[in-house]
Design a protein around this ligand. Structure first.
Ligand code: FAD
Length: 462
């Protein structure tokens, strides 16, 4: 390729939501940036997704909210259904309100904003193959260009936003960054966007996204029904990874047949994907490199929403990169601030929700029905947990819940034990070490909290 530049302050791999935002904010500061993606430019943003995103991230980043062709519809909040669907809890607060987006148009907008902010070189149809090292510091990436040529692109800082299957995370030489993501910490999804005539079928709860918990129909995950407009829906389900090969059947039986009660329909899009549903990587940075979005497991473990955190992390990584370039120091010590920002903000919330996710995944339908029907968790409490990762109960509420849950004392005790551990891990994350020197001791304490819940769950499963 003629005129190919090989040296940059920052190279961003992956132009999804995380990578495009990271590239934009670094480029806005005038740094020399290269953004690459394996897809053709026109396909960037075209991802199998539920297409739901809250309003908050746009104010946080001070960027335009979705509008026009990017916006499929607005939603007021979520309805969470018990397995028998006799009870639903409304999750409505301004933070949960949001948008159903046209994923391709949205992705194209974020990409174009990055390019227009001054990205020096955008390479589409370009595959990142391997990390380049100078001694023990990442200083670039080996890529295969559209022409088939393999070239080395050099950077002071590499931002990897190449998604769940990141090939680069596996190539990091130090032990700080996990290479593999456990199947127990991932969810397999399948979804379709289905169009029909509003005369044949009415949209269910058009102002809300609906989520149905059901361990038989969507084991380990949930069923979703998201309206897109008056004549189409995004419907799907997530399950344990070991149901690979069965997930499509589960979808047809328990989602499609359940909701699409008409013979006149058109399937606009269909496909599957994997979402990490755990706390972020123990470390989202190493010498010369930062990981953003799915590549760093920065996804809400409870509902699998990863658009907001990937964009948030994109900004944090950009700010850390700008500081590091100013100082001329690209070591993990210099980039540690990125970890600190992630762990003390949404990382604390996700670490806590990870414990809740592990517990919910093994609760039988009977207990889920009971907990929702008896209001052992109210809409406000679920919102508090899902937005802060913490769950404080006034004594009076505890007593009321104890009375309501009296016929299932073990469930009540389990939920209370979980509540204590969730608050414990959230506090630990909010005190994430500002210096790498204290990281190992912090990690040891965090693992202890996880082991407590894992051991209880193992005992319940056996
Ligand atoms: C079925 C499903 C439903 C979901 N629903 C929702 C939802 O409703 N709301 C929500 O918030 N989140 C949802 N998510 C999660 C969300 O889609 C992701 O968390 C989010 O897109 C993460 O963004 P990212 O930038 O990290 O990665 P991606 O958006 O995956 O972007 C990664 C980019 O890297 C590129 N790339 C990959 N490998 C290479 C390589 N080797 N070289 C160069 N480029 C490469 C890819 O082409 C891609 O453009 C869902 C996920 C799935 C699978």
């Amino acid at each position: 390729m003629e005129n190919l530049n090989n040296n940059f302050d920052v190279i961003v791999v992956g132009a999804g939501t995380g990578g495009s935002v990271a590239a934009r904010f670094v480029a806005e500061k005038g740094l020399k940036v290269c953004l690459i993606d394996r897809k053709a430019k026109k396909d960037i943003g075209n991802k199998i997704c539920g297409d739901a995103v809250g309003t908050e991230i746009f104010d946080f980043l001070k960027i335009n909210h979705p509008k026009n062709e990017e916006l499929s519809c607005r939603i007021k909040g979520a309805k969470l259904y018990s397995p028998d669907q006799k009870k639903s809890i409304d999750l409505t607060d301004p933070k949960q309100a949001g948008y159903i987006i046209n994923r391709l148009e949205f992705g194209q907008r974020l990409l174009n904003e990055a390019i227009n902010s001054g990205v020096d070189q955008f390479l589409d149809k370009t595959l990142a193959l391997d990390l380049l090292y100078d001694k023990n510091i990442v200083n670039g990436v080996k890529v295969k260009l559209n022409s088939g040529d393999k070239v080395d692109l050099r950077s002071n800082i590499l931002i990897d936003a190449s998604g769940f299957y990141s090939p680069l995370r596996k190539k990091v030489r130090s032990i700080l960054v996990e290479k593999e993501i456990s199947k127990d910490d991932s969810i397999l999804c399948y979804r379709e966007i289905v169009k029909f005539s509003p005369h044949d079928l009415k949209i269910k709860n058009p102002d809300y996204i609906s989520i149905i918990l059901n361990q038989d129909k969507a084991p380990g995950g949930y069923i979703w029904y998201f309206p897109k407009n008056e004549s189409s829906v995004n419907i799907g389900l997530g399950t344990f990874m070991n149901l690979k090969g069965k997930v499509k059947d589960l979808y047809h039986q328990n989602v499609f047949n359940e909701f699409i009660k008409t013979s006149k329909y058109e399937i606009i899009s269909s496909g599957g994907g994997v979402v990490p549903v755990r706390r972020p990587l123990w470390s989202c940075t190493d010498n010369g490199i930062m990981f953003v979005g799915d590549s760093a497991c920065q996804v809400n473990p409870l509902h699998g929403g990863g658009i907001d955190p990937s964009m948030r992390a994109g900004l944090y990584a950009a700010n850390t990169a700008i500081n590091a370039v100013e100082k001329g120091n690209y070591s993990v010590k210099s980039l540690w601030n990125y970890n600190h920002k992630v762990m003390t903000s949404f990382g604390a919330e996700f670490a806590s929700l990870d414990l809740l996710r592990m517990t919910l995944q093994i609760l039988p339908n009977e207990d889920l029905n009971f907990a929702l029907e008896q209001d052992l968790l109210s809409g406000e409490e679920i919102l508090e947990i899902s937005s802060t990762g913490e769950f404080q109960l006034p004594v009076l509420n505890l007593v009321t819940k104890a009375l309501k849950g009296i016929s299932k004392p073990n469930l009540l005790l389990d939920l209370n034990y979980l509540r204590i551990r969730m608050n414990e891990i959230s506090k630990l994350y909010k005190n994430f070490p500002i210096n790498i020197e204290n990281f190992e001791e912090w990690k040891r304490q965090a693992i202890q909290v996880y082991d407590k819940i894992k051991n209880v769950n193992k005992y319940k499963k056996s």
